[in-house]
Design a protein around this ligand. Sequence first.
Ligand code: PBG
Length: 344
Amino acid sequence: MELEHKSSPSAGAVRPRRLRRTAALRRMVQETRLSPDDFIYPLFIRHGHDLQLPIRSMPGQSQWSVDRVTEEARSAYRLGIPAVLLFGIPESKDACGSDNYDPNGIIPTAIRAIKDAVPEMIVISDMCFCEYTDHGHCGIINQPGEAHYNPRLPEGYLLNDPTLELLARASVVHAEAGADMIAPSGMLDGMVRAIRTGLDAHSLDHVMVLSYAAKYASGFYGPFREAAESPPQFGDRSEYQMNSANQREALKEVALDVAEGADMIMVKPALPYLDVVSAVRQAHNLPVAAYQVSGEYAMLHAAAANGWLDLRRCALETLTSIKRAGADLIVTYFAKEAAQWLAE
Ligand code: PBG
């Protein structure tokens, strides 16, 4: 039988695999590309001298003293990472987190040191009180005997408006120390407007606000609470952070923060909330950031340490997915490593 000139039964079939046959082809048609420009590198800064204390649950990450963190910021900048996000662990904590608005507190001191050492680095200050309060909540708590005690509200309730005043005050202090961007992460109502108004009243209108607009009450913050020494001493954060089951509510929160003057908006955590990243991207034109949080990082490391996952491959895959979903910027503990991998 003569088969040679017979066309195959699937002649004319659509064959997407043609575009995947060689590495060069795959590179040519790749839709999403990661770059160190996309990364924001979080840093934990503590009091003390000449310290780099490894964080057990976040392999490769450390708490740094101010004198050591400048070198870490410089090495990140050399790898092409444009921004750092600072978290502070103060020497002492109190009911209203006063170290956060002390001009000589841990973060204002670190901001000055980093800006001095690496002036081009964009310094973002995480603006929240949970690392600074002795009760570990993100602001002032309703307690008898406290200046703002309100007997009509439940005891232990996070007081919104008195906290806003402190957020504005601390933001001005951080901005005066040289912060380029303030990133309120406490999910209080009106936090963006309060901070914007405070900054503008002090002629700090060039300082940007990156709002953690859609921040979920998440189990994935576990390792961070060890890193920042900030677990809540009672209850949890579900009275102010969002229910992980809600997407429409995220769009409402983001819309409010945009209306209040946010320059950028953030979704947090990242990987379990890619639908939210995508929806926010479609609804707004501001830069959108996503935070690949401590638990997302720890999970990949734990699996890799067991030999169950390839760290590099899976880390880059998750980062690419976050960008593909619509994030312009990714806050990630992988920032330095990923920048190195991308350069290889
Ligand atoms: C402070 C804050 C938290 C994180 C960033 N800012 C902890 C929390 O809300 O409990 C978590 C970051 C991470 O897990 O990597 N409000």
